[in-house]
Design a protein around this ligand. Structure first.
Ligand code: ZN
Length: 413
């Protein structure tokens, strides 16, 4: 699947040192130093293309873009893979509701998503992979798990035995009753008769009348969601069999930790023989007016709507990073306007012939980002620098600061 347009990353002066990068690993609950290496493998779960791109999505992809930017700016390579679940129940349900072909709906929303990511200056993944184009990979992964005895039939459907992985549950740390409750809220099917464990994960759904299907050695059908990401990540992230872990960073919105990433990690571990991810990193949820932003409440705010209303995507990006990525937070007009105002102030300050000193500000931004992406701290440094410049500060390099803001924060002034 085609990704979106490459993003220009301006160079900054080599005098800036990059401290060890620390991120919150949800599997341990701790802020940890990222293992030192030359090339990082990062997998971020993409959207199901029926409703692109609300601000929860935008906040998630901007978060992992900041990680990507920090690592690249510090001289590391990042192999970044993102999927798009272009066949799944919610897509089919929406297509049926709206009386359109599911493929047309997916295509239109994928196109919209690409445009939204470009607007937000998100660096495109090295591989942007759809579920439909990965059916063969998924079928191979299921065949492997089946040959090892980890997949069984319930009628014509196939399920993965989550307990085959002794580490199942170790990334999300939930009690069994809570796992079952969340599993059923997030598309799971704990009560299906014939399952060996209520938490076992569907890997192949046999053909249902009126639904699309693909041939496989286990009969016509379509893939489950978790196995899709396992198969794509292991195939496209150039996994090193000598490493203890298949990948370095598994990312997404915090609602993906369970069941999606827990189940995907178990499937991946049994496929590869390695632990799956070194770090499980999550962006918090975005709410609106005191409520969770969700499709069921009908209160989603779409990026494209804000852009069509005339808001600069860079101001939206600043508003999205004005809080810490991992916190659940509310979106508001006040926050958006603060982003607009900060962007305006930065543009005016950076266009002045003399500006306040910039070297310490850039150092401070790098330091803040290295500390679990402390973007509120980075933005407060920029606000103070604007004040200093408007108060007559001199001695800085506007070009150097503008390039640093672009490279590190993804905000092109
Ligand atoms: Zn995924």
């Amino acid at each position: 699947m085609n990704s979106w347009a490459e993003v220009y990353l301006p160079p900054i002066d080599k005098v800036f040192a990059f401290p060890t990068f620390c991120l919150k690993n949800s599997a341990t609950g701790l802020v940890e130093s990222l293992h030192v290496k030359d090339t990082y493998r990062m997998y971020v779960c993409g959207i199901t293309p029926y409703d692109a791109t609300h601000l929860g999505h935008a906040a998630t992809y901007v978060t992992f873009d900041l990680i990507n930017r920090y690592l690249r700016a510090s001289g590391k390579n990042v192999l970044f893979v993102e999927n798009i679940t272009d066949i799944d129940d919610p897509l089919l349900e929406r297509a049926t509701r709206d009386g359109i072909d599911w493929k047309d709906l997916a295509q239109s929303q994928i196109e919209l998503f690409r445009g939204d990511m470009s607007d937000l200056h998100v660096i495109p993944p090295n591989h942007y992979i759809g579920a439909v184009e990965s059916i063969n990979l998924v079928v191979d992964a299921i065949s492997t798990l089946k040959s090892k005895g980890y997949v069984y039939e319930v009628g014509k459907d196939l399920y993965f035995s989550v307990r085959a992985d002794s580490e199942f549950g170790s990334r999300s740390h939930l009690r069994q009753d809570r796992m079952i409750e969340i599993f059923s809220q997030r598309g799971g099917d704990p009560a299906i008769p014939g399952k060996r464990d209520p938490l076992d994960a569907l890997v192949w759904l046999s053909h249902r009348p009126g639904e699309p299907y693909w041939p496989s050695p286990f009969g016509d059908g379509r893939p489950g969601w978790h196995i899709e990401c396992s198969a794509i990540a292991l195939n496209y992230l150039n996994v090193d069999p000598e490493d203890d872990f298949s990948i370095d960073i598994q990312g997404g919105g915090s609602d993906l930790l369970f069941p999606h990433h827990e189940m995907g990690a178990s499937e991946s571990a049994l496929l590869s023989g390695q632990q799956y991810a070194r770090m499980y990193v999550y962006a918090g949820m975005i709410g609106l007016d005191g409520e969770k932003m969700s499709k069921s409440l009908g209160n989603l705010v779409f990026l494209s709507r804000l852009v069509n209303d005339g808001f600069d995507p860079m101001a939206i990006r600043l508003a999205l990073i004005s809080d810490h990525y991992s916190t659940d937070r509310m979106w508001s007009d006040t926050k958006l306007i603060a982003g607009v105002e900060l962007l305006d102030r930065l543009r005016i300050a950076l266009s002045k012939p003399e500006v306040a000193p910039t070297e310490l500000v850039i150092e401070g931004i790098i330091q803040a980002l290295s500390n679990d992406l402390d973007t509120p701290r980075a933005l407060s440094l920029l606000t103070s620098w604007c004040d200093e410049t408007f108060n007559g500060g001199v001695g800085g390099s506007a070009g150097e600061l503008a390039r640093a803001i672009d490279l590190l924060l993804g905000v092109a002034i």
